[in-house]
Ligand binder design. Structure first.
Ligand code: A3P
Length: 313
């Protein structure tokens, strides 16, 4: 807890020290703070501001990382962007779950994609799609054969990560924060209306997707495995997307300070933004147990739905 508070304090200091454009980008009033993802691909392929290199064009995404929020979506997109035949979108679009965006039409959506060469595939990520009631049907209406990527991690860990992101966002916005136990428990029982818990009911959301897409069209990336050892997960994604194998072990190195793998590509080394891989608070063990046992039945249903199991506690 002390470590968590100390890091929160440091973060507040960093925020005050951040250049104005960072603060502005981070707290745009149109975005729910939960939706803001400050990390972005840095190899240039997704830079919407630069003038188009000759021979490139904008095309609708061939694949979308649909979530789950805090599952490791940013890590997956950036690691996939190592591949020379991948052009990753620089920004989240929220095209299919925000009516005002959807009303602008597919042409508008395509314009938000990066310029790409004919031999490349375009990939975008919008983590909110997995839990969106509208996204599956709308994505299907745009392209019923699109390849979907879903990265999931232990759903209880995901709840804590979700809480941690909101906690830091609220600190940065000078809003009051609560201990996680106060959100997880109401009147002595698990607060199953807490959004962070609802987003971790993977079976509920998956059912919605399977109404519109066959299971074979949704590749699930094991987010816990991606943290431990990214290469095998990326190789599976390459196969799913029919990409030639180009991502290799030397594209990753473990950064002791960050405690996570970072990326080495095009002669440069980079780690994810500091908001990725933050320390989590210690959660009261009884409350954590309550949460885990509530999620267990949902996890079992999810395993049946996707015909696969995961190593979740
Ligand atoms: P935490 O910050 O809670 O640890 P998303 O990009 O979907 O918001 O997911 C964020 C999560 O990605 C982080 O959650 C972190 O655990 C995970 N992650 C996976 N690989 C990572 C990496 N190489 N560097 C940093 N975070 C990584």
């Amino acid at each position: 807890m002390a470590f968590f508070l100390a890091s929160a304090f440091l973060l507040v200091l960093q925020t005050y020290a951040a250049p104005p454009e960072f603060v502005k980008a981070g707290f745009g009033i149109t975005l729910d703070p939960m939706d803001f993802d400050p990390g972005r691909p840095v190899n240039g392929s997704g830079d919407v501001a630069s003038s188009p290199p000759p021979g490139t064009s904008k095309r609708a995404p061939h694949s979308i990382i649909i979530g789950v929020r805090k599952g490791g979506t940013r890590a997956l997109l950036e690691m996939l962007d190592i591949h020379p035949e991948v052009a990753a979108a620089a920004t989240e679009v929220h095209f299919f779950d925000w009516d005002e965006n959807y009303a602008k039409g597919f042409e508008w959506y395509r314009e938000l994609m990066p310029y790409s060469y004919p031999h490349q595939i375009t990939v975008e990520k919008t983590p909110g799609y997995f839990t969106s009631a509208l996204a599956p049907e709308r994505i299907c209406a745009m392209n019923s054969s699109i390849k979907l990527l879903l990265i999931l991690r232990d759903p209880a860990e995901r709840v804590i990560s979700d809480y941690t992101q909101v906690y830091f966002n609220r600190l940065e916005n000078h809003k009051p924060v609560q201990a996680i136990e106060n959100l997880l428990v109401r009147n002595g029982a698990l607060n199953i209306r807490y959004k962070a818990i609802q987003r971790s009911l993977y079976d509920v959301h998956m059912r919605n997707w399977l109404r519109h897409f066959p299971l074979e069209q949704i590749h699930i990336v094991d987010g816990d495995a991606l943290i431990r050892d990214p290469l095998p997960e990326l190789q599976r994604v390459e196969r799913f997307l029919n990409l030639p194998p180009r991502i290799v072990s030397s594209n990753f190195y473990f950064n002791q300070t960050k405690g996570f793998y970072c990326i080495r590509s095009d002669g440069r080394e980079r780690c994810l933004h500091e908001s990725k891989g933050r320390p989590h608070p210690a959660v009261n063990s009884t409350v954590l147990q309550q949460l885990r046992s509530y999620l267990q039945e949902h996890n079992r249903t999810f395993f049946r739905l996707v015909k696969r199991t995961f190593d979740w506690q």
